[in-house]
Design a protein. Structure first.
Length: 158
């Protein structure tokens, strides 16, 4: 059953759907023994095109009115996700499939935390006026994943 989300932050939930799809794609790539280099490029693409703008909106707009332990956990998660993604993009040693698996698990867990715990908490704690102001400042354009190399798909037979 879908979670009822305040209309002012529903765009961020849609972005979360794209993040969960990112996790699925990495897991499919692992299962299909996709090229580590292709998956590394996808992580770089997704960090630049999705995570960076999404985290910026959450941190500068959504989280701004309330600084408590639930919000701090989300901030900390963002820092850790960026660190793990950057370790994949700029590896200090040979990349392993478990690097991608760890990132997928971390992103999956973070999205579920925000959707199930943080967002309902913010919807309860923030006033409707605060939520409306947040909604006015959040970009209405959903983030798109237009990565060209579908490494997660089953290879087409000849």
């Amino acid at each position: 059953m879908p979670i009822k989300r305040n209309a002012n932050i529903v765009k961020l939930s849609r972005d979360h759907h794209a993040s969960l799809l990112f996790c699925w794609k990495l897991r499919q790539g692992i299962k299909r023994h996709a090229s580590i280099e292709k998956m590394r490029k996808y992580v770089q693409y997704f960090l630049n095109q999705h995570f960076t703008p999404h985290f910026k909106e959450e941190e500068e707009i959504l989280f701004a009115p309330l600084k408590d332990k639930q919000v701090e956990k989300a901030f900390d998660d963002h820092i850790e996700i960026k660190k793990v993604a950057n370790d994949i993009i700029f590896p200090h040693s040979e990349l392993q499939l478990n690097n991608f698996s760890a990132l997928a698990d971390m992103v999956d867990e973070h999205v579920r935390y925000e959707e199930r715990i943080l967002f309902p908490h913010l919807e309860k704690e923030l006033t409707e006026t605060q939520l409306q102001n947040i909604g006015l400042r959040i970009s209405g354009e959903p983030l798109k994943d237009n990565f060209e190399d579908a490494f997660w798909e089953k290879p087409k037979s000849l």
